[in-house]
Write a protein that binds this ligand. Structure first.
Ligand code: RIB
Length: 335
């Protein structure tokens, strides 16, 4: 791990700001302090990060991050990864929650411009990139997180959600299930649409397999419970024998509703797969099979891309990073 500004500050017994002053404006610091900090820099082998140094004067030492649901542990982990990488350059992350609402998203973008952040990371609520282009034109680089916008020129870090949906549905088919249900959210959420697309591709490969779509207003535990209750209220012959939920919050809610009906067993009667592999997936009453996304790595990589777009605007590096999903099999689809 590279030596950070914080490591130097801790070893020298001064604040991060003092270290920054020693590096950038040593005349503002007592000579004895300058000498002590410089000694520590030499001892630890600290090397200034070009991106940090090149962060333009007059910018706050912060990065803005807008996510669609701060209550979703997946995005909390994305934020944690972003903060860890930003902290290595003594930058702070300002977190905004849009609730998939374009007006709230606009408010945060305006606030981040007023705050003169060094860059914006955003999971956009729609494919409308005009406002993001305006932010970028104002000199603030933008990196899309967990979504790509077709045709846009923004850097982005995402996961192949079509492949993720395919893995989830194919796994259910491989354990012998044929009447699948996809419990999803609004079609406008790109990740949901792509996961459903992947599931449909897997089902199309198995003659006789079916996939019904149960669309909920949002991707929350409560909406998952409502979907589970709807399934449980059906006659046995009308129920699916497997559920693929668009994310783990929906899956946990669906699981709660199904297991509360003492007559339904998971996975024996209805197998269940979620998406994200948040910590709750493992801790669920029936440990949840889920499609893992490297949430913290997504956040970390987004900050790295942002800093490189500042320090190497014309550099030769991949501007659209797409990670591959991984199926984590647990008890909710065992046997
Ligand atoms: O925002 C909805 C979902 O998309 C989240 O649960 C996470 O899976 C993200 O990729």
């Amino acid at each position: 791990m590279a030596v950070s500004v914080r490591d130097v500050a801790a070893a020298a017994g001064v604040s991060v700001g003092t270290v920054s002053n020693v590096l950038n404006q040593p005349d503002k610091v007592a000579a004895t302090t300058v000498e002590r900090v410089q000694t520590v820099i030499a001892e630890l082998g600290f090397v200034r990060n070009d991106a940090a140094r090149q962060l333009r004067a007059g910018r706050s030492r912060s990065i803005g991050l807008v996510v669609p649901d701060a209550g979703n542990p997946f995005f909390a982990d994305v934020a944690r990864g972003a903060e860890a990488r930003a902290d290595e350059d003594a930058l702070a992350v300002l977190l905004g929650n849009s609730d998939e609402n374009a007006a709230r998203e606009d408010n945060y973008l305006d606030l981040f411009r007023e705050q003169r952040v060094n860059g914006v990371l955003i999971t956009p609520a729609s494919d409308d990139t005009d406002k993001l282009l305006r932010v970028q034109a104002s000199g603030i680089p933008v990196v899309l997180v967990d979504r790509e916008v077709p045709g846009s020129t923004f850097c982005s870090v995402s996961v192949d959600d079509v492949e993720g949906g395919f893995l989830a549905a194919r796994h259910l088919l491989q354990i012998g299930r044929r009447r699948l249900a996809f419990v999803g959210g609004p079609e406008g959420i790109t990740q949901v649409a792509q996961r459903l697309d992947g599931a449909r591709r897997a089902v199309a490969e198995v003659p006789g397999a079916t996939l019904e779509v149960i669309r909920m207003p949002a991707l929350t535990v409560l909406h998952g419970r409502a979907a589970g209750e709807e399934i449980a209220a059906r006659d046995v012959g009308e129920r699916p024998d497997a559920v693929f939920a668009a994310n783990d919050l929906l899956a946990v809610g669906t699981l709660q509703a199904l297991t509360l009906m003492r007559t339904i067993r998971v996975p024996e009667d209805i197998a269940l797969v979620g998406y994200d592999d948040i910590d709750f997936a493992t801790a669920a009453v029936v440990p949840l099979t889920s499609v893992r996304q490297p949430a913290q790595l997504i956040g970390r990589t987004a900050v790295e891309l942002l800093l490189r777009s500042i320090s190497e605007p014309d550099g030769d590096y991949e501007r659209r990073v797409r990670f591959r999903p991984e199926l984590i099999v647990r008890q909710s689809t065992a046997g």
